[in-house]
Each structure stands twice: as structure tokens, then as C-alpha cells.
Design a protein around this ligand. Sequence first.
Ligand code: HEM
Length: 191
Amino acid sequence: MRFNEDPPRTVQPDATADTTTEDTAVADTAGDAAPTMCDRSGGYAVVDKAMTDLIPKLKADCRIDRFFVTMPDPALAHMRECMALQLASIMRCSKDGVRVKYPALDSKGAQCRDMLNAHKTVGVHALDFDAMIDDMLAALGEQKTISAADLAAVADVLRFQRQDIVNPGDAGRGDACASEASAPVDTGEEY
Ligand code: HEM
């Protein structure tokens, strides 16, 4: 699914990526002032903080750290900001009084890409995808302001992006964490 297409049916209306959905248009024209998922969860600042907290998690996650430990800081900053904007779009956040709609521009004016284009050369395996979802949900959950139901709805939307992000030809590390833990210690001795 492209990011802006209709979300899965199981998802709550305000957990959708709200660029083109009928639900959003109806709510807006009806002047529906009900709090959005983002309002309920503490606003854009909470989403932004969660994505800031996500970066060290990614670098420390032996399942997927290889993608992030060597990424230059400016690229990492762009990714972090775009991830926050994307989540903000899903959760219907406003930033500086304006509803966030992904794909947006980051604070330096650089365009955030859609998921297909952002990941087509990254080489993401299905296991990597699962690890990323784990880490994103953990970062969001640790903010303690998002209800379990809203977190589950966000998870549904994120998981629906799997086919745009995962490349079936790429090899995940699978048991990388286990093998790292049991790797022989280099004593420096020569035999
Ligand atoms: C639902 C899961 C995911 C979401 C929502 C997501 C979101 C994003 C976003 C918003 C960007 C920035 C787009 C841009 O550069 O303009 C990005 C880039 C990137 N993502 Fe993901 N991503 C996900 C899964 C993954 C996974 C599983 C990996 C690898 C483990 C990954 C690795 C990367 C990398 C390396 C970039 C930078 C690509 C580049 O600049 O060339 N992503 N992602």
C-alpha cells in the first residue's frame, strides 16, 4: 500500500494517514471538534520526543543496528524528523497550528519521501521490519500518554506499510543477536 491510500479496515478512523480519506473530509466539513488521537496522546511534542528516543534504541538493537550506526548525523536527523511527521500525520497532529500531512518537509526544507522511495535501496528484510515496529511501539509506549487502544491502532497502520518497505530479496540477520552473544572472544593470541 502506498502511504496515502486507504488504511486497513480494522483501524480506528483517526488512526489513518489523513491525506485523502473520506473520514477526514467528513469530519472537517462537519466541523467535528472531537479530540484527535494526537490530542488524546499529548500532542505533537510527544510524538516528536518518541522519535528522538527511538534513535538510540535503533542503534542499540542488534537486529537492525547495522542500518543506523554508520548513518551520517544529517541523514539520521532527516529520517528522525520525517518519522515524527509521518506518525503525526497518522495520529492527526497539528504542528504550529497546522495539521500535519505526510509527506511533509523537514525543518531544513528537505522533502520527506514516501515509504517505497525511502526504502528501495535500504535492503529491509521482514525480520528487520518487525524489529523496527517493536522499537517504534516501545518508544511511543514509553511516553506513557498513549492508550493501549491507540497504540494498537497506530501499529496496524505501520504494519500495513510492510510491502512498501520490505524487499523480499534481502537477507535479514535473523539470529544476529544470539550469534553476537555467543561469538568467540578475541584474546589477541596468535596460533
Ligand atoms: C513501519 C516501519 C517504518 C517506517 C514508518 C519508516 C519510516 C521512515 C521514514 C519516514 C524515513 C525518512 C524518509 C526520507 O528519507 O525522506 C525512513 C528512512 C529510512 N528508513 Fe525507515 N521506516 C520503517 C522501517 C524501516 C526499517 C525496518 C528499516 C531498517 C531496519 C528502515 C531503515 C531506514 C533507513 C536506513 C532510512 C534512510 C534511507 C535513506 O535516506 O536513504 N526503515 N524510514
